[in-house]
Ligand binder design. Structure first.
Ligand SMILES: *Cc1c(COP(=O)(O)O)cnc(C)c1O
Length: 361
C-alpha cells in the first residue's frame, strides 16, 4: 500500500545535487579542482575576523545584517537597503523561487545553467524550462522566445557555470527589456569579481524594476565553507524576500568574516590577477595539446574532448594521478571536463597530467 503521506508535487523530480568530489581512493596529495574554489583561500583580515568570532559564540547573531550590507554597499556603490544576505547565494535563489514561482508557473534557465535553478524551481512547485544555448553561449533570442504568460523567473549566470562564457551588457539589457511584464530576471554573478570592471548588472537594477542580481562569498573571496551570499534588487522585491528569510540565517562568524572579506579589496584584486594569469596559461597550454576551450571569463576552464569516452578516459587518468576535476555530463556537456584554475603549481600539475594522457609527455 502506498503511503498517504506524500511530498508536494515536483519534489520527487529533484535529483540530489552532487558536489565536486574531494577524495580519490588510495591517494594522498590529492589536488581538488572540481568546485571552483579560490586556491589562495580567504584574505588574512577575513581569517582574523573569523578567529575573533569565537568570543561571541554564545550570542545570537544580528538579524538585520546591517554591518555587512553597509560594507557591501560601500565597496560596490550600492544602496544597503536593497541588499539581502543569505546562506550562500543558493539561499537567495531559493527565496526567489519560493516567493515568485509556484504551481503552474515556469522558471527559465539556460541549457548548461547551474543546477540550483531547476532544484529551487521544483522545490517551489514550479516548472523549470530549459532553453538552448548557441555553442555554449547564452542565446537571448531563444530565452525571449521561450517566455510566455506563465514565465515568472529567468535565471542566468553571467559568467555562466560550467561553460565559463558570458554575454555583454547590451545583450543583458535586451533580455531585461524583452521579458514579459510579470517576469523577473535573476543575474547570478557568482563569478562577477573575476571580470575586471563588471558591475554584475547593478546598473540595470537601478534603471529597471525587473532585475535582481545574486552574488557570493564562495568564489573569489575564498569562503565557500562559510556559506554567505547576497542579492541586490528593487526595494519591493528585497522586502518580499526578507519576509521568508529566517531571522538568524547567518551566524555571527559568517557575518563578521564576510564583512572583513568584502572590505579587503586589495586581496580580491590580487586573486583576480593571479587567476587570469594562470587561467589563460592553462587554456593556452591545453589548446596546444589539442584540448580546446571557449574564452574563459571566470576561474575555470571547460576543456573539450573528442567525445564522452575521450573525456571519461582523461578523467580516469587524472584520478590515477590524484587530480579531481568536474565531470559535467549532468550539464549536457558529456565530452567536457571543467577544471578549476588553481595556483601555479596546480595548473602545471593538471596540464602535465593531461599532456601524459594525450601521449605528449
Ligand atoms: C558557485 C556558484 C554559486 C555560489 O553558490 P553559493 O551558494 O553562494 O556557494 C552560485 N551560482 C553559480 C552559477 C555558481 O557556480
Amino acid at each position: 500500500m502506498t503511503s498517504m503521506i506524500q511530498p508536494q508535487s515536483g519534489i520527487m523530480d529533484i535529483a540530489l545535487y552532487e558536489g565536486g568530489a574531494a577524495h580519490v581512493e588510495g591517494k594522498t596529495n590529492v589536488l581538488k579542482l572540481s568546485s571552483n574554489e579560490n586556491p589562495l583561500g580567504p584574505s588574512d583580515s577575513a581569517r582574523e575576523a573569523f578567529s575573533r568570532a569565537v568570543h561571541d559564540l554564545h550570542r545570537y547573531p544580528n538579524t538585520d545584517h546591517r554591518a555587512l550590507r553597509t560594507a557591501i554597499g560601500e565597496v560596490w556603490g550600492l544602496n544597503p537597503d536593497q541588499i539581502i544576505c543569505g546562506v550562500g547565494s543558493d539561499e537567495i535563489i531559493h527565496f526567489l523561487c519560493q516567493a515568485y514561482a509556484g504551481p503552474r508557473d515556469q522558471v527559465i534557465h539556460t541549457e548548461h545553467g547551474f543546477a540550483m535553478y531547476r532544484i529551487s524551481a521544483l522545490a517551489a512547485g514550479a516548472t523549470p524550462v530549459e532553453v538552448p544555448e548557441r555553442d555554449r553561449m547564452t542565446d537571448v533570442d531563444a530565452i525571449l522566445k521561450a517566455c510566455n504568460k506563465k514565465t515568472k523567473l529567468v535565471f542566468l549566470a553571467n559568467p555562466n557555470n560550467p561553460t565559463g562564457t558570458m554575454i555583454g551588457p547590451t545583450e543583458i539589457r535586451r533580455l531585461a527589456e524583452g521579458l514579459p511584464p510579470q517576469a523577473l530576471l535573476v543575474l547570478d554573478g557568482a563569478y562577477a569579481e573575476y571580470v575586471d570592471g563588471y558591475d554584475a548588472g547593478a546598473a540595470l537594477v537601478h534603471e529597471r524594476n525587473n532585475v535582481v542580481i545574486t552574488r557570493t562569498f564562495s568564489k573569489i573571496y575564498g569562503l565557500g565553507g562559510l556559506r554567505v551570499g547576497w542579492g541586490y534588487g528593487p526595494r519591493e522585491i528585497i522586502d518580499v524576500l526578507n519576509r521568508i528569510r529566517g531571522p538568524f540565517n547567518l551566524s555571527t562568524a559568517a557575518l563578521v568574516t564576510a564583512e572583513a572579506a568584502v572590505r579587503d579589496t586589495a586581496w580580491v584584486r590580487k586573486c583576480r590577477t593571479e587567476n587570469a594569469k594562470w587561467r589563460d596559461w592553462l587554456a593556452r597550454t591545453l589548446a596546444e595539446m589539442g584540448v580546446p576551450s571557449d574564452i574563459a571569463t571566470a576561474n575555470f576552464v571547460l576543456a573539450r574532448f573528442a567525445d564522452q569516452a575521450d573525456a571519461d578516459a582523461c578523467d580516469a587518468h587524472l584520478r590515477s594521478e590524484g587530480i579531481i576535476v568536474r565531470r559535467v555530463v549532468g550539464y549536457k556537456l558529456p565530452h567536457c571536463l571543467r577544471i578549476t584554475v588553481g595556483d601555479e603549481a596546480s595548473c602545471r600539475r593538471v596540464a602535465h597530467a593531461i599532456g601524459q594522457y594525450k601521449g605528449l609527455r
